[in-house]
Design a protein around this ligand. Sequence first.
Ligand SMILES: C[S@@+](CC[C@H](N)C(=O)[O-])C[C@H]1O[C@@H](n2cnc3c(N)ncnc32)[C@H](O)[C@@H]1O
Length: 422
Amino acid sequence: MQEVVRIHGVAHGGQGVGRGEGPDADPRVWLVDGALPGERVAAARLREAKQMIRGEALEILEPAPTRVTPPCPHASVCGGCSWQHVDPAAQIELKREIVNGQLRHLDVEVRRAVASPKVLGYRRRARLHYSKESGALNLGFRRSRSHAIVDLDRCPVLDEPLNHAIAKVRALVDFLPAVGEIVGLSDGARAILGLPGVPPSEAIDAVIRETVLDEVLVGVALRGRRQRHSVGVTSMAIDGGGGTIAMAAGPFVFTQAQAEQNELLVRHVIEAARPRDKKVLELFAGAGNFTRALARNAAGVWALDDSRESISYLRLLAEEWQLPINAKHGKAENLLPKLARGAQGYDVAVLDPPRRGLGSRGCKALAKVVGERIVYVSCDPATLARDLRALVDSGFRISDVSIFDFMPMTPDIEVVATLEAV
Ligand SMILES: C[S@@+](CC[C@H](N)C(=O)[O-])C[C@H]1O[C@@H](n2cnc3c(N)ncnc32)[C@H](O)[C@@H]1O
């Protein structure tokens, strides 16, 4: 059954928020996939909750001026990007609206919104899924709301080296398990791939060397049954622009989705943190994206991450550039209560957790050990709002919120909140 819904806002997940039209309309709020603020759509229900109906737009009865024809031919089925139908110029303002909506209870608004320099061909890191069917590889992103994989010969948001690498990996079909994932990293000119769950063997090594590697796809890292094996070059120096030293990374460690925006993000984080001569605590440091710049003039950076591989890259970076970095492997939620009980304090903290955030308990402990300033980088405005509430309740005030769009064509957004001790 179709119902007419008038859309007036945008939800955290990118769906249109609206109300049913007509005298018999259901009074609950609708969250509609594929609908934009200002539109009238015919929607079908997908799921219902006490106060909300989750639906999808079947027909756009009155389109918004921000609606465009999706540039990607797979947009109607692929779950990789849910905003292909949104004018790229309008995306940053919709993201600002999402973040302001999540932070409204904290009485703060986004001050600076930095749009992505590129809207297609920007993505230098990707995780794709595959399954084997009749001896061929079904390789791409999952369909929206499904586990099925949309087979892609190329993806318009990935950069050229990644598209090239992903096309070449099809030659390895006979060595791959029935289902799996492929991770890729590019430096803009060359790409490397990681194949988790694929054990090394002489046969796969030979095929990779003879038919897969070339001047663009320069390495494949295999991980299977506790065995690790690299064919070709499997780590690369990335993001050395704007006066920042390059960092080494491989396909299995976290790196930001695009290089251009990352240069601006790192600069913003350093300006916000003001680390000169300060004792800095960095949580969720990864392979050292912010650490390398913080440590240039901090008294010292104590950096933590729970990926052993990221921490080894970070230690190499510290050694090579003689930076005052103490890089530790561990979990933030285990470390913080210990720090809060001890006498050790820090002037500044920088943290960049995954989507789940730090959590209220972690934030309360963090507030106890930081004397001046916290810079919180988040990829989920909802968990950020929860954590900011805990930090504000623990004696900090939010002095700035800025957003950086790393993922055009999706509702994803990076938010940086700066807090000062009061
Ligand atoms: C969003 S990434 C940020 C990495 C880095 N700041 C960057 O810009 O590349 C989050 C990082 O948190 C790490 N991580 C995830 N859970 C963690 C935990 N419980 N404790 C410490 N680090 C964790 C991951 O390994 C990953 O490197």
